[in-house]
Design a protein around this ligand. Sequence first.
Ligand SMILES: [Zn+2]
Length: 203
Amino acid sequence: MPLTALGSSSAPGTTGSRRGSHPGPHAPVPAPATTAATLLLNATYEPLCVVSSRRAIVLVLAAKAEAVDVTDDEVHAERVTVAVPIVVRLTRFVRVPYPVTVPLSRRAVFTRDGSTCVYCGGSATSIDHVVPRSRGGTHTWDNVVAACRRCNHTKADRSLAEMGWSLPHPPGAPSGAAWRLLGHRTVDPRWHEWLGMPDSVSA
Ligand SMILES: [Zn+2]
């Protein structure tokens, strides 16, 4: 649903100048009526980041972005009324360098592995180094997995070969738009389709 500025005649009866107010030719600035957040997409529809809805409205009014999805709420700017956007898309493509890898953290490992033990599929409660640190294993995405206490304790300082265990798939650093936004803030469910996230992923 495209956002439409509702025109300059939306304030009937107040066409006279207001007490020495001289609005210039610059872009109207919306009142700070909303503190909501808006998902910003690149021109290619790739998710970029989350901005304040106020910032998103400024982008729309400046024709630097177009609304892709909007709420029923409206914001009154200087001469126009605009719907508060949920998702906006830049009208021109911008090239943005992203960090090569997601920072490694316990929470991120659990999220990547679905909070399940990679060895037995049970509920994960700990982090395991596939190649034990005592044997030179690194604390990196390709050597860290979620594991249950039992498997972690059983494996101890041995290698997978020694245990006769195997991994369902090689661990690696997560990537993708949703990961760039995870941890940034609460993810609005209405952004899921743009982030490639299933609706069942709760914020
Ligand atoms: Zn296990």
